[in-house]
Design a protein around this ligand. Structure first.
Ligand code: ZN
Ligand code: ZN
Length: 152
């Protein structure tokens, strides 16, 4: 808990946990799975790991954790694939069994958090990655791709 205020910076708005939280809605592509969640805008993160590249079919994945208690499955039923990493760690990947869209990953036992896939979130334009992880496995061009690409 933090109760620090800095009166020397009068123009700065005080930042609180409340201001960075957002209620979001998400769905898979076929809309069979729909959910709502409360998220923290500061926790949006890119993962460059090999498993995220393969299972997302893309160069990296953008994830956003939410507490299990802040997640509500509105409709549908998720199918689970247990991924075993090279390290032996197991992870449950939960997805729509109709269209295949991945919704979140979570712990196999006693899950407390769901790691939402940001592309399934309606408000994703507001969800800007704040950090990235597994840079050692990143595809080398991903660092500066945004500067090099042009919109077509
Ligand atoms: Zn679906
Ligand atoms: Zn990953």
């Amino acid at each position: 808990m933090s109760n620090i205020t800095d009166s020397s910076k009068k123009t700065d708005r005080p930042k609180t946990v409340e201001q960075s939280s957002l209620n979001i809605e998400g769905s898979c592509h076929c809309k069979k799975i729909q959910y709502t969640a409360l998220i923290d805008l500061n926790r949006v993160r890119i993962c460059h790991c090999n498993d995220c590249q393969v299972t997302s079919g893309s160069a990296f994945r953008i994830n956003l954790p939410t507490l299990k208690s802040d997640f509500q499955l509105v409709c549908g039923e998720l199918k689970t694939y247990i991924k075993i990493a090279e390290s032996g760690n197991q992870r449950a990947l939960c997805f729509c069994d109709n269209c295949g869209t991945q919704i979140y990953s979570t712990a196999v036992n006693d899950a407390a958090e769901f790691n939402l896939r940001v592309g399934t979130i309606k408000q994703r334009q507001k969800l800007v990655p704040q950090s990235d992880q597994w840079g050692s496995e990143a595809l080398p061009w991903t660092r500066d791709i945004m500067d090099k690409c042009r919109l077509i």
